[in-house]
Design a protein around this ligand. Structure first.
Ligand code: HEM
Length: 534
């Protein structure tokens, strides 16, 4: 793409560029493009003197000391006046790697091993086939084209993803792709015009495609906005689809999976986080109609601020729990934003229910069985949290590799320092371990029934989540040390590291805290352990 653009532009020799080396005419070269920065110099955010110092020269290396590559495609583009003559351009490893929309990364460990470039072109994993490769590439192109160009600003401004973005995700199957396996996918594909990306057929779609959909959504580097893109849907809609009355499940399922309505899961309360049994939101039954009247509050509800539907856990008068689907339009539901350490784009809310009348048709499953449904849903929720967190871990590692390759300190590249390579090694090894275990569990999800999964996978998924969020903690810590001051700066080179640092603890708490996960993993193992003795 860059080469094609260069063919269209006037070309200059390096000698010609070097003549424009003053305040009156200041040209610089970055990646073989020529920029006239004469007028821009005094508006340059880094100060005029930096630009003046390099007037007339190739400033590629100097440029990459202080900017992310995207500055070239945004701010710098309007000053681009030409390119360097072909025979004088940088060659081989001297050239900055060109990256087009939809390209997978070539940086080491930036992609799961099965998607890293293979020398022979042969598949390198037993879990994935050609449809997974096509699906990942199509997802990457989708996000690079439709989401990446605007999400950084939206996240910065705390804007929720728009209805248009949701509808686009819906139409391209990126909402249904994040649901557990079930008939809803065939329904929206065959009856609602949804087309799965990469030409994947409904019959081909499996849990590995779903894993890819989570990974691709979560690797944008803007955690608040990423959660705004459907964290509520991933955890809030499955109970409706799996346990709702068929007519309710179909109507609400279609609305949400097409991106026309939004949903969240409302379980935690000011006094009940991981301790789900401590819920205090009460549902009383109207004996004349069988409807439920709900009163109470919910806290930390991701997407609650802009959701239409709330999949809500309530306590019944007899002390048991039920799950109700509540529509904001019925009245009595109020949401207000909670300020968290990441962007308000996630729509994290404090939700109040005041005498909300819920028609009995909106009970999910059986009365009094809500706790079981919440537990059932937790396996999928925790597995999705792992998928997203490890995708973010990987993104951070790729940022570290790039930065260590371009940052010069004490006269050499950071990556030439053994201490930095040690940090990259510990991150890469642990991220790969999480990936391998995730893929193993994903395979089990593919072959086991839901019932078997509840028995066999609850423990391993809890331990995997515990391990993954510990790894995220380590990745964040090491990345901060590699990026130095930039890791605590919201914009510029270290923005992804800074955002990750502020948000990686979310995954260690939501969906069951690290401590509870570790304990649950071993308790589940003990349940199935025979009375073995040494
Ligand atoms: C077309 C050329 C250039 C453009 C459009 C440009 C634009 C920018 C922008 C937008 C920033 C704000 C930080 C960010 O968003 O990343 C910035 C910061 C900066 N730029 Fe440039 N720049 C250019 C060339 C250069 C060159 C050639 C140098 C050095 C020789 C330089 C040195 C700096 C420095 C030192 C900062 C401050 C970095 C910091 O805060 O740590 N810039 N520039």
């Amino acid at each position: 793409m860059e080469d094609a653009e260069k063919r269209e532009l006037p070309s200059y020799s390096r000698a010609e560029v070097s003549k424009h080396n003053s305040h009156e005419s200041n040209w610089i070269v970055v990646d073989d493009f020529v920029y006239d920065v004469t007028k821009f110099a005094k508006f340059h955010p880094g100060g005029k003197q930096f630009i003046d110092r390099v007037a007339g020269s190739d400033s590629t290396n100097a440029f990459y000391k202080y900017h992310r590559r995207d500055v070239l495609e945004t701010v710098a583009k309007k000053f681009r006046i030409g390119c360097i003559r072909e025979e004088e351009r940088r060659k081989g490893k001297e050239r900055t790697l060109e990256k087009k929309k939809g390209d997978l990364e070539l940086v080491p460990y930036a992609e799961p091993a099965a998607f890293a470039p293979s020398v022979s072109g042969k598949p390198t994993s037993l879990y994935y086939n050609e449809t997974h490769v096509k699906f990942r590439k199509a997802c990457r192109l989708f996000f690079d084209t439709h989401v990446a160009p605007t999400c950084v600003k939206a996240d910065e401004n705390g804007e929720h993803p728009t209805k248009e973005v949701y509808e686009l995700l819906g139409k391209n199957g990126l909402l249904v792709a994040r649901m557990p396996k079930g008939p809803w996918m065939r329904d929206v594909v065959e009856n609602c015009g949804v087309e799965l990306l990469g030409g994947v057929h409904v019959n081909e779609f499996d849990s590995f495609h779903e894993l890819i959909a989570h990974e691709e959504t979560c690797r944008l580097g803007v955690p608040g906005y990423v959660d705004g893109l459907g964290a509520g849907l991933v955890i809030g809609l499955p109970p409706v689809l799996q346990f709702g009355r068929p007519d309710v499940a179909r109507t609400v399922g279609r609305e949400v999976l097409l991106g026309k309505k939004r949903i969240c899961l409302a379980i935690s309360e000011p006094a009940a986080g991981s301790d789900v049994a401590g819920l205090q939101t009460i549902a009383t039954k109207d004996p004349s109609t069988g409807d439920y009247i709900v009163n109470g509050v919910k806290k930390w509800i991701t997407n609650g601020q802009f959701s239409d539907y709330f999949t809500t856990a309530v306590k019944m008068q007899d002390g048991t729990f039920s799950l109700l689907l509540i529509d904001r339009a019925w009245g009595g539901v109020d949401t207000k934003p909670i300020k968290t350490s990441y962007s308000p784009s996630a729509g994290t809310a404090y939700v109040t229910y005041e005498n909300v009348r819920v028609p009995k048709e909106y009970l999910l499953g059986k009365e009094g069985k809500g706790f079981m449904y919440v537990m059932f849903n937790f396996n999928h929720e925790r597995w999705y949290i792992v998928a997203g967190t490890n995708a973010a871990n990987r993104l951070v590692l790729a940022e570290c590799f790039k930065w260590a390759n371009q940052r010069i300190v004490f006269g050499k590249k950071l990556i030439e320092q053994p201490v930095i390579r040690g940090k990259l090694a510990i991150m890469a090894a642990q991220i790969e371990a999480v990936q391998a275990w995730t893929e193993q569990i994903t395979h089990q999800m593919n072959v086991l029934s839901h019932e078997e999964q509840s028995v066999v996978l609850a423990g391993p998924i809890a331990l995997l989540k515990f391990f993954c969020t510990r790894v995220a903690n380590l990745v964040s810590d090491e990345a901060c040390q590699i990026f130095g001051g930039r890791a605590i700066t919201r914009t510029g080179m270290g923005r992804i590291i800074e955002a990750f640092q502020k948000s990686n603890k979310f995954a260690a708490i939501l969906g069951g805290s690290e401590e509870i996960m570790a304990d649950l993993g071993i308790r589940q193992a003990m349940k199935h352990m025979p009375n073995a003795r040494l």
